[in-house]
Design a protein around this ligand. Structure first.
Ligand code: MN
Length: 507
């Protein structure tokens, strides 16, 4: 891989706030745009396309606010070849304009009802107008990948003569392939102005095409955080940066360790969740489950990770489930700081698999409880059940009463529900409501043996604040099995909370 890269200095124009905001359903407030712009600037991108000034008054206020931040990055507005677009961009105090003109015959004739000559005339006129007003001009060809390339070169040449500082080539509908991109940029990089590549991801090729253009002489990449943008999105900032850094060993100047935090922020503010398998920033990008892989990771993380998660500000996650092997459990325990014997490890693995077989993801809290149980670190339960009575039938509202002991004090409570199990759980939750706010998030029943006298097993996921644990109860009586599971969950959550408090006091 080393030795094939021939790159000049690479700059980034981030268009999360313009092309990214054109994602269907996305609209960012001024405060959100400001926060994202500050983060992009801190990350090290050279140009921030903050929006399209002609869109609305609100958009202008946002762009103006970003421009007033005094960031290191150049602040840019999208404009068409229309003088009034440049005027409103000037109102926002931007440094530069991304001046976009249609260049394919399809766009020129069908969309603009214009002709090739008029487009060049307009491009030259508005470039001169913007330059006269002190703006940096990046003259951009829309749908350039489907344009007559000789015509495109004549437009760019006329633009450079009119004073354009930079050029941009837009693969507006994402139809480039890397080989063609390389050929095109071999020619365009001979022009006397630096040129940007702007790729869309309709065939999942945006990152590859962007890299091909950069290798062939493009000097600036247009990107968005998380690859958001119209339709299938734009070339993603994190993918382009990490491909250059990790695979081509190019120092981009971007603070890679802040990429993940920025990705989360943009996802939260745009309301666009990431696919778990999204490269670099997806939930699963550094998550491992299968036992055999974790065994390799334990020996050397390079075995199943192409880069260190810390490089992009992330942590490796080991998810335990039914595929968990000894190695993955051991690794997870090591991260807790627990040491166990071989025999104890085998017992812990068996219990983890038992949970995994129920389709559960074993949380950190679950593993801790399992380990404590195996290591016989038995704790006296805080909440103890003394009595439970349930009334149910076809003419009564299911009602339960419970008597529990909580820290040595007896409490009696009653609850109703949609069924007897619900009523019993509600009664318990009311009884402890003074000390803990516990939610039941999942409830699952299995019959261990067949028939109406079957032993049933109940699995519950209980939550308190943002901690979740899975607990189990087994009994011939479904109500008793449910109560047992819920009480176990409550006791474990309360104990973990107590440990947290103790740790805080110590610290
Ligand atoms: Mn675009």
């Amino acid at each position: 891989m080393r030795g094939i890269a021939l790159f000049g200095r690479i700059r980034f124009l981030d268009t999360t706030l313009r092309d990214g905001e054109q994602t269907p359903g996305v609209s960012l407030s001024k405060e959100e745009k400001l926060a994202i712009a500050r983060a992009l600037d801190a990350l090290g991108v050279q140009v921030i396309e903050a929006g399209s000034a002609m869109t609305s008054v609100g958009e202008r206020e946002s762009i103006k606010a970003v421009a007033a931040e005094d960031l290191d990055a150049e602040i840019c507005s999208y404009v068409r070849a229309v003088a009034s677009d440049v005027d409103v961009a000037l109102e926002c105090d931007v440094d530069s304009v991304h001046l976009v003109v249609p260049v394919s015959d399809l766009h020129i004739t069908t969309k603009m009802k214009s002709d090739r000559k008029s487009v060049i005339r307009k491009a030259v006129e508005i470039t001169e107008y913007a330059k006269d007003h002190g703006l940096i001009v990046e003259l951009s060809g829309e749908d350039a990948s489907r344009a007559d390339q000789d015509y495109l070169v004549s437009l760019y040449t006329a633009g450079i003569e009119a004073g354009a500082d930079r050029l941009a080539f837009c693969d507006t509908v994402g139809v480039l392939v890397p080989e063609v991109t390389g050929e095109i940029f071999g020619r365009l990089s001979q022009l006397s102005a630096p040129i940007s590549i702007h790729c869309h991801n309709d065939f999942g090729m945006a990152t590859a095409n962007t890299i091909a253009a950069l290798r062939a002489g493009a000097s600036q990449a247009h990107v968005t955080v998380n690859g958001i943008g119209e339709r299938a999105g734009n070339a993603s900032l994190e993918e382009v940066v990490m491909t250059l850094e990790s695979l081509y060993r190019i120092k981009t100047g971007i603070k890679c360790q802040d990429l993940y935090q920025l990705s989360r922020m943009v996802s939260r503010m745009t309301g666009l969740p990431l696919a778990p398998n999204k490269a670099i920033v997806g939930e699963n990008a550094f998550t491992h489950e299968a036992g055999i892989h974790v065994h390799g990771l334990l020996a050397d993380s390079k075995t199943y990770e192409p880069m260190q998660p810390e490089t992009v500000g992330r942590k490796r996650r080991i998810v335990l489930g039914k595929h968990a092997g000894r190695a993955s459990v051991e690794l997870a325990l090591r991260e807790f700081g627990s040491t166990v014997t071989e025999e104890q490890l085998a017992q812990i693995v068996a219990r983890v698999k038992e949970l995994g077989d129920k389709g559960k993801r074993v949380s950190d809290a679950d593993l801790q409880t399992i380990t404590d149980t195996v290591l016989s670190i038995q704790m006296e339960p805080k909440v103890k059940l003394q009595e439970v009575t349930v009334v149910a039938g076809n003419t009564v509202t299911p009602t339960a009463s419970v008597k529990i002991q909580l820290g040595g004090v007896e409490t009696l409570e009653a609850g109703i529900g949609v069924g007897p199990v619900d009523a019993a759980i509600n009664a318990i939750r009311r009884a402890i409501s003074g000390v803990a706010d516990v939610r039941l998030e999942e409830y699952h029943v299995d019959a261990i043996t067949g028939g109406t006298n079957a032993l049933v097993e109940v699995w519950v996921t209980m939550a308190m604040a943002d901690r979740k644990i899975t607990a189990r109860g087994a009994d011939a009586d479904i109500i008793m099995a449910s109560v047992e599971a819920v009480l176990e969950g409550i006791n474990r959550l309360m104990r973990l909370e107590e440990e947290d408090k103790a740790r805080c006091l110590k610290a």
